[in-house]
Structures are given as structure tokens and as C-alpha cells.
Design a protein. Structure first.
Length: 144
């Protein structure tokens, strides 16, 4: 009986790993896809945060899961836990747009400065006090 359960467990784990491999492509392929995909929506970071603050349900239906291009002012840039993250100012001092960048964007975002105006494209995942964008890439920068 234990041997049968072990085999079932092993097969289940293999099946789960196969599903994860198929559902979550590696970041190099994702980057190439993001680079080739046009944005569904273009919006400012202030407008994005404001729309979630006013009506989160409506904003989720408009933005969640979509590729969006966000223009905003750099609030901060971090390189913690092998994650490269750019924070853009939202419509108030407590909220922002958190942009989780692709690892190959590290050299580009190292040159960003607080207060700089930029455009980032990524997939909107929703709102938890901040708007969250994943698989992001820098579109352009403007010195201010």
C-alpha cells in the first residue's frame, strides 16, 4: 500500500511540474513575447492608481491580465532578492505602481534616477495598496 501511494505521489509531482513548465514560460521567452506584444492600454501611473482607488472591481476588469503601457515618474528603484523593481508615483503619497522588471533590464534601470519620467510596459496583475505590473520592460526614458 505504501509503495502504491509513493508511486501515485511521484506521478502527481511530475504532472504538476509539467503543468508549471507549460503555464509559466521561462523569462527569456516571456521577454521576447513582451517585446513583440503591443500594449492593450496606455495610461499614466497616476490614472492607473486612481482608477483602482475609486473602483477596484471596475479597474480589475479593465486592466487585470492585460498588457499595459504606463507613463510615470520614478519614485524608487530596488534590486532586492534577485528582483529588479521600479516604483512609479501614484496619485497619492501612499500608493504607487510597482513594476517587477525582467532580469535582462537591470543595466537599463540602473541608470534611472528618482524624478525621471519613463514608460514601462508590463502585465497588470491587480492592486494591493499599489498597482502591480509583472514581466516589465522599459520602453523609453526622458530626463527631467
Amino acid at each position: 500500500m505504501n509503495r502504491k501511494l509513493s508511486i501515485i505521489g511521484f506521478v502527481s509531482v511530475l504532472f504538476l511540474l509539467l503543468i508549471l513548465y507549460l503555464v509559466f514560460p521561462n523569462s527569456k521567452d516571456s521577454y521576447m513575447e513582451m517585446n513583440a506584444v503591443s500594449a492593450d492600454i496606455t495610461i499614466s501611473s497616476e490614472e492607473l492608481v486612481s482608477s483602482f482607488m475609486v473602483d477596484e472591481r471596475s479597474a480589475n476588469s479593465m486592466y487585470r491580465g492585460k498588457v499595459i503601457e504606463v507613463e510615470g515618474i520614478v519614485k524608487d528603484v530596488t534590486f532586492l532578492n534577485n528582483r529588479n523593481t521600479v516604483f512609479l508615483y501614484g496619485d497619492n503619497k501612499y500608493s504607487s505602481v510597482i513594476c517587477d522588471m525582467f532580469p535582462n533590464q537591470e543595466n537599463e534601470i540602473k541608470n534611472l534616477k528618482k524624478g525621471q519620467k519613463i514608460k514601462i510596459k508590463g502585465v497588470c496583475k491587480g492592486f494591493l495598496k499599489d498597482a502591480i505590473l509583472l514581466n516589465c520592460m522599459l520602453i523609453n526614458t526622458t530626463n527631467q
